[in-house]
Write a protein that binds this ligand. Structure first.
Ligand SMILES: CC(C)(COP(=O)(O)OP(=O)(O)OC[C@H]1O[C@@H](n2cnc3c(N)ncnc32)[C@H](O)[C@@H]1OP(=O)(O)O)[C@@H](O)C(=O)NCCC(=O)NCCS
Length: 146
């Protein structure tokens, strides 16, 4: 059966044909009316939270345990998201330190009416692996995504 991602796995059909999402798909969600700002577009904070959830899953998977978000950098909201668009969040591991991991997170939409695929937002998120005491935990370099 075709799901939203099967349409999204190809090239963009919007302004940048040929451009593809970077990284692995971690979450998809439909943008709902409750997530709008006063302009009627989707609230940036909702998108940021979806990105943080996706990055958190990627970080947990990579480090094999609990993580927390320590930093969000370089957020760019390139295009608005509308109610009914399907939002897909991709995470690409850019850097691994002793206890931290940095991911580029991209958000792509599949537009509700036109079915055009577009990259709408991207940002750089850093997570720290933590132990049961909430303190930074060393990442075993051989640990790979589960
Ligand atoms: C994350 C936390 C445990 C780190 O504790 P800490 O004592 O500050 O840890 P450190 O100074 O040893 O830094 C840990 C790692 O974070 C990195 N780091 C610290 N500040 C950073 C920043 N501003 N941007 C990017 N990375 C940063 C360090 O370089 C280090 O990485 P490395 O081990 O790979 O070199 C602590 O800051 C914390 O609990 N923060 C709150 C997290 C939170 O509530 N997030 C929101 C909800 S998930």
């Amino acid at each position: 059966m075709k799901n939203a991602d099967s349409k999204e796995s190809g090239d963009a059909s919007g302004e940048n044909p040929g451009e593809k999402p970077r990284g692995e798909l971690f979450i998809q969600a439909a943008a709902m009316p409750a997530d709008t700002n006063p302009n009627g577009d989707i609230f940036g904070g909702w998108l940021l939270s979806q990105m943080d959830i996706a990055g958190g899953i990627a970080a947990r998977s990579h480090s094999g345990g609990r993580t927390v978000t320590i930093a969000v950098e370089s957020m760019i909201f390139k295009k608005p998201v509308q109610v009914g668009d399907v939002v897909s969040c991709y995470a690409d591991l850019e850097k691994v330190g002793r206890t931290s991991m940095t991911f580029l997170i991209e958000v792509w939409t599949l537009r509700r009416d036109s079915f055009v695929r577009e990259k709408v937002t991207e940002g750089v998120f850093t997570y720290v692996a933590i132990g049961p005491d909430g303190k930074p935990r060393e990442i075993e370099q051989e640990t790979m995504s589960a």
